[in-house]
Ligand binder design. Sequence first.
Ligand code: ARG
Length: 587
Amino acid sequence: MSSSVLQTLSAHLGAAFAALGLPKNYGRVTTSDKTTPFQCNGALAVAKAAKRAPRDIAALVVALLEDNPDIALAEIAGPGFINLEPSTGLLTKRAGELAADDRVGARNGETLEKIVIDFGGPNVAKPMHVGHLRSSVIGDSLQRLLRFRGHAVVSDIHLGDWGLQMGHLITELEDEQPDLPYFDAGIMDGFPDKSPVTIEDLARLYPLASGKAKDDPQRMARSRKATSELQAGRAGFRALLDHFISVSIAALKVDFAALGVHFDLWKGEAAVDPLIPDMIAQFKKDGHTELSDGALIIRVTEESDKKDLPPLILISSAGAALYATTDLATILDRRDNLHPDTILYVVDFGQSSHFEQVYRAAGKTGLFARDKLEHIKFGTVNGTDGKRFRTRAGGVMRLSDLLSQAKQAAAKRLSEAGLAQDMDAGERAEIARKVGLAAIKFSDLQNVRTTNYIFDLERFTSFEGKTGPYLLYAAVRIKSLLRKAETAGVKPGSIMPKHKSEQKLVLVLDGFNRALAAAETKRMPHIVCEHVYTLAQSFSKFYADCPVLQDGVPGDVKSSRLALSTLTLKQLEIGLDLLGIETPERM
Ligand code: ARG
């Protein structure tokens, strides 16, 4: 694959430094937002070692670049910066390469890995909250990005299906339907295939039980007992658990499909329960565990700790395996069955200590290299009142409600903007769905993920500003231009970026790979958002300055501009796809 403009310039500058007997890495070129699009600071950096004034070195370098056909301008600025402008020839060549490339300039990552990505993480029977939504949106974008960069990615939803909520469900169901065979401790097998509960039942039973248990220690004790019996392998309870899990998965699959989020694996905490005894036995044998107040623990403090990190609890004093236990067993399961190089966990900030404990314990016990376990943290989502986001009714969010609200808000916006109004109701609804989803996803992803943000559908669905709908509109506008060109019989030709706005657009397009590489290494989807937004804006400027199909524009210029538009659309759609955002054909 050929080089980006930045790489080409770096190579020329490097050669000039080398010709002066200086290390060529000082020729490294960076982008600039000052007078020229690129600059090189190598003269300043090398001056001391070279025992020469930076401006003198810069002057020698600039002199060497004088006749270089790839460079339109090389000039010294300030104390010894070199400002650089690529030539039209170089931009033309690069634009042609980008247009001919299926991946519009994107390359694979440096070292390709097998990566497991753990995200979503909803809990069986408990409603999803906005933290799960954020995890899903960020995690999905990362899996798309990492795959696109050539990594072998396996995504796993890691359902929360092994905690107290199971004891709550079991006991509450027992109160409602005591005659079911699952509650007879004497029955070991032959349980019905059909679930005794629906997803609605689960959604009703769980809050009922947890509400009762809150003020009633005896009721709580029953749920706890059922949970430990389940964990100890009581047959009827296991059979119920399987039903709860499959009923939940079926419902979640519908929700996640509506969100456009895919998981390769639908495993959960319960799935690794069989691995726990041997894992713990090994930890004990290797001397990693300790008994403390009746609980089996692993100490994870380190000398350099400023704050005390409590020990990881493997088995509680009540004999239960806890969240950290299933997380460790899950690492074991993934290690032995998926052989990942790296495991990513897309989970909110609030669980930082938990993951620190788990990662340290994994490293210490030799389960998995600690620096290959990464907590991809994110901030909370607040409502416009500044408090943690809740739905209008004040309760926890249901994903399906949220999506329909987004779709409604999008439909309202479309009609305000006079968009999609001449279409039939079906197509209009489909466009509103895409706009609503784009609004939610983009406004989440465009934030640096570690920060909190305010959930505001009104703002998210606006067609103006840095929003999903703005980007979809930008893409749709290019699609409509391409259709008009088709009707007018104009064909794309070779790109000749002459106008300043055309040149700027080519440079933005050429920055795609850099944006993806940075987003990959930092695990930060907002860098992709930044790129597609700049791309849409640069296109808009180009389109305002450079008429494409207007009468009087020479044929080869029309074809060039059309090709540049086609290329922009292609990259915009790939970029949006990496964010999990689909574009409609028209609006
Ligand atoms: N179910 C958990 C929760 O709702 C999230 C799971 C995150 N993944 C993990 N491997 N612990 O908080």
